[in-house]
Design a protein around this ligand. Structure first.
Ligand SMILES: [Zn+2]
Ligand SMILES: [Zn+2]
Length: 151
């Protein structure tokens, strides 16, 4: 499978997160390291609960508060992208912590990153149309994933 030009290696993301956290004197415990690893991969764009469940398999004493704290700090440092939803089921992408489009299955709630070209063209169209200075964008496609279609 061809990697999109902007995708980085999971280990590279982990190293980037670690160096940012060390700059902020954040103590890296084994539990926090495990949380960072889940976020560096961000497979399926996990929720805090999902991260908690994953990390607890190896570190049963991890508290959900530790997960929230770590995620919030990374969010402040722009090292994780938060995808908020009206029902409060926030999901996270630490692999690509910058704005990018998402495809969301409304049945199983799976979220994937489509391998699209840049949104630069769309953004300049928006700028020309509205005169806004754009700082950020959020593009979500909702639908039914192949797994759910065949169910
Ligand atoms: Zn699905
Ligand atoms: Zn994503």
């Amino acid at each position: 499978m061809r990697m999109p030009a902007d995708a980085v290696d999971i280990n590279e993301r982990l190293a980037q997160m670690l160096s940012r956290l060390k700059e902020h004197a954040f103590r890296i415990t084994p539990q926090r390291m495990a949380i960072l690893k889940v976020l560096a991969a961000s497979e399926g764009h996990p929720s805090v609960e999902r991260i908690y469940e994953t990390v607890r398999m190896d570190f049963p004493t991890t508290s959900i508060a530790t997960v929230y704290k770590t995620v919030n700090l990374l969010k402040q440092l722009n090292e994780v992208l938060e995808l908020g939803f009206p029902d409060g089921s926030n999901r996270y992408d630490g692999h690509k912590p910058y704005p990018h489009p998402h495809v969301i299955c409304t049945e199983c709630k799976k979220i994937i990153d489509p391998n699209l070209g840049s949104l630069e063209e769309l953004t300049s169209e928006v700028v020309n149309e509205t005169g806004f200075i754009i700082q950020n964008h959020r593009v979500d496609f909702f639908g039914t994933c192949p797994d759910c279609q065949s169910r």
